[in-house]
Design a binder for this molecule. Sequence first.
Ligand code: AKG
Ligand code: FE2
Length: 332
Amino acid sequence: MMNAPTSKTFEDIPVIDFVNATSNDPVLRRALADEIRDACVNVGFFYIMNHGIPENTIDTTIGAAKQFFALPTQSKAKLDIHKSPNFKGYTALLGENANPENRGDLHEGFDLGYEANVPLDDIVLRDDGNMTGANVWPDELPTFRKDMLDYYHAAIQLGRSLFSLFALALNLPENFFDDKITKPAAIMRLLYYPPQPPRSDEGVIGIGAHTDYECFTILWQQQDIQALQVMNANGKWIDAVSIPGTLVLNLGDQFARWTNDVFKSTVHRAINQSGTERYSIPLFFGTDYDVKLEPIPGCTSPENPFKYEVVTAGEYVKSRLEATYAHSKETM
Ligand SMILES: O=C(O)CCC(=O)C(=O)O
Ligand SMILES: [Fe+2]
């Protein structure tokens, strides 16, 4: 876990209106990028208002997610993530352990990625054999695949526009990341958190304290349930309350490394003590597999040299994923 403290402590997570995200007016885009920079440098989390993913797409996807997790155990086990060479499929309760100090996370999950046989309008993809390989789908739910990919493609579109804004926020040309995200290395995950009693087992919570691995995560979280918490620089947990109509955006370790910690990858966790089931959908957005995480212009100086070993983005994420799932491998 990368525990880089944030430079300035925060008590609130900023809400940023994306209505001007694709405006033709560079002044408006610049103003938005300044807000984003502030959130990335000081918090590592922000809410996105006017994110552009249609509400009915979200509703359909959540409906399908509920049906999936309600399937019999044997149906879900057929799709177990340990059977996949590229981290796709089902994670059973306690199958993941985001914080190695804990004993397993109290959630079930389902992971999917880009499918080469579903053309995205403007993207040419090749399966490079590394994590972009085949998804698995439940035979029992005929529309599940379409429902998932509809959300996936809408979120990818948002993610690509975010990369331009992050470039601006780093005072780089808006197209700086374009040739580094030709194949969306984006993993979408459905999460189901059963309710846990207020005083529960030590070391078992919804998802243990962790940072994410990729550049950033676009998170849909269920309304009216408080579960997600974000750690500020004083080690205090700040509630990431659910705000209707928004998505949560948080930065991950790929971006923190790449920007020499100018952008913060902030520790977070989720505990569902609401008494009801909770669903969320993180979509982890990385770069192309072979992009080298070399110092980004403007993020280093003689006084502030690059702190990290240069690795490729894909190898970095893959090694982190292997470590995450290693804990439940023996039980398969
Ligand atoms: O469910 C949530 O609110 C957070 C999930 C999360 O942090 C993750 O999957 O990395
Ligand atoms: Fe996370």
